[in-house]
Design a protein around this ligand. Structure first.
Ligand SMILES: Cc1cc2nc3c(=O)[nH]c(=O)nc-3n(C[C@H](O)[C@H](O)[C@H](O)COP(=O)(O)OP(=O)(O)OC[C@H]3O[C@@H](n4cnc5c(N)ncnc54)[C@H](O)[C@@H]3O)c2cc1C
Length: 309
């Protein structure tokens, strides 16, 4: 088993998270990827990103809630975040997970919660990005998105380049004229449905970027968000937009808080629209483990410091 596979397997074991939460060193390390426990801390980070010409996205950490009360709490938190984004005049949007809004409890609960957030997003005048979770949720997420999109044109969704099905999903999203985040994919999926080899995922990413930036996609109002810290993938996107003379307001580059911060401002200074996703909250475990899995060197750093401390 590779380190990535092990970390992703552990990411679904919340009891390990409770243990890690008690260690001050892990909490400190988590802060590299998570802005803090409160919305205020995340919004303060976003204000400083905005001041440096970067757009923000905010995620209240949590997924796979077990009760309707927890789903309602997540929903209320996103509503309050949207109000604060407007009150503080921030350039930011929410990026949320459907299982945090109760998808596991039944679609009707999730749709009701999501609709409240989308309605508030429309009132505030901002997109709401719906993250993509593991492959167990791909169909439900995309079907729900396709159903809600006509009435909620500012709803945006995500596709994962590692899934072999994604080219077909992208065609469906192009037909809808959707705003689409393209990411590589952060979960452990069976080889039957997903590429495991980095080179295969990278090639798939480039092909999908090419498709999302095709003239017929853009003429249908497709708005791609290229979510990656991979300089080669970003260079490929830049080459495509230059060749096709795509206006800089027709797409954006998206990155995560705490990862390749050196690139954020540098790309924005070159005139690209760059959005940084800033997570906050106590329920950091799954998110944090996926970040460790993406770069096992992060785990070695953590273990070395644990041994020292
Ligand atoms: C804004 C945003 C939103 C996302 N939303 C989703 C989503 O909805 N669903 C989903 O499945 N995935 C999502 N992801 C995660 C994504 O799928 C990848 O797992 C993640 O971005 C790592 O892939 P990469 O494209 O950066 O390329 P990689 O090849 O993994 O990394 C390229 C380089 O980036 C740096 N890097 C990447 N990850 C890390 C890390 N954790 N720590 C330190 N350095 C790192 C390293 O320098 C590395 O060499 C999102 C990513 C971003 C940026």
């Amino acid at each position: 088993m590779t380190a990535r596979a092990l970390l992703l397997a552990l990411s679904t074991r919340p009891r390990l998270g409770q243990w890690m939460d008690r260690l001050p060193l892990t909490r400190r390390f988590v802060r590299r990827f998570v802005a803090g426990t409160s919305a205020d801390e995340a919004l303060a980070v976003i204000a400083s990103l905005n001041a440096r010409g970067l757009m923000g996205a905010v995620t209240y950490l949590g997924e796979n809630v077990h009760t309707a009360a927890d789903a309602a709490h997540a929903t209320d938190t996103y509503l309050a975040l949207l109000d604060e984004i407007k009150r503080r005049n921030l350039t930011a949007l929410p990026s949320l997970k459907l299982t945090h809004l109760g998808l596991d409890l039944g679609e009707s609960i999730c749709v009701a919660n999501l609709t409240r957030v989308l309605d508030r997003g429309r009132a505030v005048g901002t997109r709401v990005w719906i993250d993509m979770e593991s492959a167990a949720y791909t169909d439900r997420t995309l079907d729900l998105y396709a159903r809600l999109r006509p009435a909620q044109p500012h709803a945006a969704c995500v596709v994962q380049a590692y899934l072999k099905r994604t080219p077909a999903d992208v065609e469906r999203l192009i037909d809808l004229g959707a705003a689409v985040r393209l990411c590589k994919g952060a979960y452990r999926e069976p080889v039957a449905i997903a590429y495991r080899d980095k080179a295969d995922v990278d090639r798939a990413y480039d092909r999908l970027a090419d498709r999302l930036l095709a003239p017929d996609a853009l003429s249908r109002t497709v708005y791609p968000g290229f979510a990656t810290h991979d300089e080669r993938r970003i260079a490929h996107v830049r080459q495509l937009v230059e060749e096709r003379r795509v206006a800089k307001n027709r797409f954006e580059i998206q990155m995560l808080y705490g990862i390749r911060s050196d690139l954020h401002a540098a790309l924005a200074a070159q005139g690209l629209a760059v959005r940084v996703l800033v997570p906050f909250g106590e329920d950091w475990y799954g998110y944090f483990m996926r970040r460790l899995a993406e770069r096992p060197a992060n785990l070695l750093f953590l273990l070395r410091n644990l041994a020292r401390g």
